[in-house]
Design a protein around this ligand. Structure first.
Ligand code: ADP
Ligand code: MG
Length: 315
């Protein structure tokens, strides 16, 4: 349900066709295992066996599930791979549209079917122990897939490339000799503008979660596709979160997590993740751009936004 692109620097043009084929195969394989839109994917079968019996899964599927569980744990459940019932309740990912804002009793009953502690993993067997529960790796699988492409390309000797899967990006080497890969951070309030650029050093990754691309309208109000599993409501007050990290899976999971946690609650968690650098933009005007420690090292603001940049103190 998204776009992928591979860019190879001009000196390695000869490697492009093989690199593109490898990237495509890697993405297709993972999509076949992890997609909730494919009825025969391992995740779809895992969801159908919820509350019934554990299921054997492929090594990579187990690894993404394990990582998703770990991010759920470090974020105190702000990130939750079992969020699908809630996501669908609000009309996303094949859920029927809501015609009115739901009442709290309805939301509470959906929340009974959400909770990562009901997902267990042992010896390549995965199990969701309650009927009606279901897994959605939409907040982490694209990052995981980008890392898989990155590893495959590195193993095949490609030196200078950038992989982008729906805004989950990882780079190696440089765009041109002496010029690092550079990625624009979009102004969430004006798609045609960028607030600045990120320069990605050796092997680093970046991901953005925004409230502006995937949302529903209920009663004239906009609700985004990222849920707070602690309240059952779509997250409000955040326009976009960009995370620069050592791996794409971390950038993906943490961009979704920080989006849910918000500025304040993210601080103690990010303090324990020194390689995770965050650019946080609240959903308010005039636009303000909050840089967590370390982000400045990779980010250069566009001159038009210079006055709106705020350094976040986490200590
Ligand atoms: P996108 O997939 O649109 O690029 P994200 O990486 O932020 O953006 O992931 C959002 C997706 O993650 C949603 O479409 C949904 O599938 C899933 N999701 C929503 N809320 C949560 C949550 N609290 N924890 C984990 N995954 C979530
Ligand atoms: Mg994400």
């Amino acid at each position: 349900g998204t776009f992928a692109s591979l860019t190879v620097s001009a000196e390695e043009e000869a490697a492009l066709d093989a690199a593109a084929a490898l990237t495509e195969t890697t993405l297709r394989d993972l999509d076949n295992s992890l997609s909730i839109f494919k009825p025969n994917s391992e995740i779809s079968r895992l969801n159908r066996s919820a509350g019934t019996s554990p299921m054997q899964v492929a090594e990579q599927t187990e690894e993404v599930l394990r990582l998703s569980w770990q991010y759920a744990d470090v974020t105190g459940g702000a990130f939750d791979p079992t969020v699908l019932p809630l996501v669908q309740f609000w009309g996303f990912n094949k859920g029927p549209p809501l015609s009115a804002v739901p009442d709290s009793a309805a939301i509470r009953s959906v929340l009974e079917r959400v909770g990562y502690r009901h997902l267990s993993l042992t010896n390549r067997m995965a199990f969701v122990d309650r009927e009606g529960m279901s897994v959605d790796l939409g907040g982490i699988a694209k990052g995981y897939a980008v890392d898989a492409c990155y590893q495959a390309l590195v193993s095949n000797g490609v030196q200078n490339f950038m992989v982008d899967l729906g805004g989950n990006i990882r780079c190696r080497g440089s765009a041109q000799p002496g010029r690092p890969w550079s990625i624009g951070v979009r102004d969430p309030f004006n798609r045609d503008r960028i607030i600045g650029a990120i320069h990605l050093a050796a092997g680093m990754a970046v991901a953005t979660s925004g409230n502006y691309e995937n949302f529903v309208m209920i009663g004239g109000k906009r609700y985004t596709h990222i849920m707070d599993p602690r309240t059952g409501w779509p997250v409000e007050g955040v326009a976009s979160v960009t995370v620069i990290a050592a791996t794409a899976v971390e950038a993906d999971a943490m961009s979704t997590s920080v989006f849910v946690l918000g500025l304040e609650e993210s601080k103690p968690i990010l303090r324990r993740m020194p390689n995770c650098h965050v650019i946080f933009i609240p959903d308010e005007q005039p636009v303000r751009v909050y840089l967590f420690p370390g982000a400045r090292e990779h980010f250069t603001a566009d001159p038009a936004f210079d006055g709106e940049i705020i350094d976040v103190a986490t200590e």
